[in-house]
Design a protein around this ligand. Structure first.
Ligand code: XUL
Ligand code: CO
Length: 439
């Protein structure tokens, strides 16, 4: 079989002292960590759209990378993307991948042709999955790129467009099921609006819920046992994206009775665009029993749009993995690198460096998160901070025994109350540094 990256070796673990840029320093796939192999705990996934398709175009310039993989026809190009993807995953010990229908195969003249294209490539992908022992983390449909989705898909003002999106989702879901996918994602690409002067927000949200319910019913009836996810994002492309953040999505899922089937796919860069930390969004998902999967990347605070950079900030990966551990680890979800090498990092080697950087940052973050838990000081501090709820009046509040009147009587008996409990933020931040960096 043709090799697409002959200059890239199989990337091996060489340990923290290594200066070999084509080696892992923290990710050791078969090493046991926290009761399992690192590769099964972190469940890294390659995002087909960034790695196999994105060529570095931006608003001001055309592509800087060639992702045709030597294909002479359009279909051959997409076939070659599949072979190249599995070669990369194999060389990087990345065990999962994620796709949009349109990344796998090009759109045809009709829905039937588009779906046949997807099925053709999926057939090749299925064989490669068996050959290389790789799995599908999740699939999705690109219901935002084609101009027909200018007003949204499930929230379009045009019912024919809604039906078209349903057909596309059916095909993507069938393909996900055929490939044994563990998840199916809805990122509401253009499910939002620019101005209320032309928008019936109530109808749009009801319709979006209708589409999600149809998808869940269809999936369950056709053997899909994985998780459906909504991926929150506050803006870009529309001004008001309906899936603004984790809390907004949870309210939507509850209103339309969708919590049984849907969890959240939290993306780091989307969290920061919503004015939250990545950790905040993960925590909201976790405490609401909706933690599902992660789109791993990072933004740039000075740019303020969705830059989808490979994650290298170890504070972020550490605090993320702390939330993942607290959520009980991944079940159907995993760490999908919804990330791309910068436009100016245009060589094949840059793709590999990007993955190594992201994977090592997460493997290190995982180890450090376990160290934080083992150290115990931060957890102990938080526990002690709320100790007043374990006995006396606090226990009555928590158990539901207290009423507004009983609390009023109690407060009157106190005369005055002052909160002298220091939050000790700097003390805790220094402990965090100490755990992360002291040897
Ligand atoms: C867009 C984004 C998407 C979703 C899948 O910002 O994150 O790639 O992850 O549609
Ligand atoms: Co994403």
């Amino acid at each position: 079989m043709k090799e697409f990256f002959p200059q890239i070796p199989v990337i091996k673990y060489e340990g923290p002292g290594s200066t070999n840029p084509l080696a892992f320093r923290h990710y050791n796939p078969d090493e046991i960590i926290d009761g399992g192999r690192m590769r099964d705990k972190l469940k890294f996934a390659l995002a087909w759209w960034h790695t196999m398709c994105a060529e570095g175009t931006d608003m001001f310039g055309s592509g800087t990378m060639d992702k045709s993989f030597g294909g002479n026809t359009l279909m051959e190009t997409y076939e070659n993307k599949a072979y190249a993807a599995f070669e990369l995953m194999n060389k990087l010990s990345v065990d999962y991948f994620c796709f949009h229908d349109r990344d796998l195969a090009p759109e045809g003249a009709t829905i039937a042709e588009s779906c046949a294209n997807v099925k053709h490539i999926a057939g090749i992908v299925k064989e490669l999955m068996a050959k290389y022992d790789k799995k599908l983390l999740w699939g999705t449909a690109n219901c935002f790129g084609n101009p027909r989705y200018v007003h949204g898909a499930g929230t379009s003002c045009n019912a024919d467009v809604f039906a078209f999106a349903a057909a596309q989702i059916k095909c993507a879901l069938d393909t996900t099921i055929e490939l044994g996918g563990q998840g199916y994602v809805f990122w509401g690409g253009r499910e939002g609006y620019e101005t209320l002067l032309n928008t019936d927000m109530g109808l749009e949200l009801d319709n979006l819920a209708r589409l999600l319910k149809m998808a869940a019913e269809y999936g369950r009836a056709h053997g899909f046992t994985g998780d459906f996810y909504i991926e929150p994002k506050p803006k870009e492309p529309t001004k008001h994206q309906y899936d603004f953040d984790a809390s907004t999505v949870l309210a939507f899922l509850r209103k339309y009775d969708l919590t049984k089937d849907f969890k959240l796919n939290i993306e780091a860069n989307h969290a920061t665009l919503a004015g939250h930390t990545f950790q905040h969004e993960l925590c909201v998902a976790r405490i609401n029993g909706a933690f599902g999967s992660i789109d791993a990347n990072q933004g740039d605070m000075l740019l303020g749009w969705d830059t989808d950079q490979f994650p290298t900030n170890v504070y972020e990966t550490t605090l993320c993995m702390l939330e993942v551990i607290r959520a009980g680890g991944f079940t159907n979800g995993g760490l999908n690198f919804d990330s791309k090498a910068r436009r100016a990092s245009m060589t094949d080697e840059d793709i590999v460096h990007s993955f190594i950087a992201g994977m090592d940052a997460f493997a290190l973050g995982y180890k450090l998160a376990l160290r934080i838990i083992k150290d115990g000081r931060i957890d102990e501090f938080v526990k002690a901070r709320y100790a007043s709820y374990s006995s006396g009046i606090g226990a009555d509040i928590v158990s539901g025994k207290a009423t507004l009147e009983s609390l009023s009587d109690y407060a009157h008996s106190l005369g005055d109350v002052k909160s002298k409990d220091s939050g000790r933020q700097e003390y805790l931040e220094n402990i965090l540094n100490s755990i992360m960096f002291d040897r």
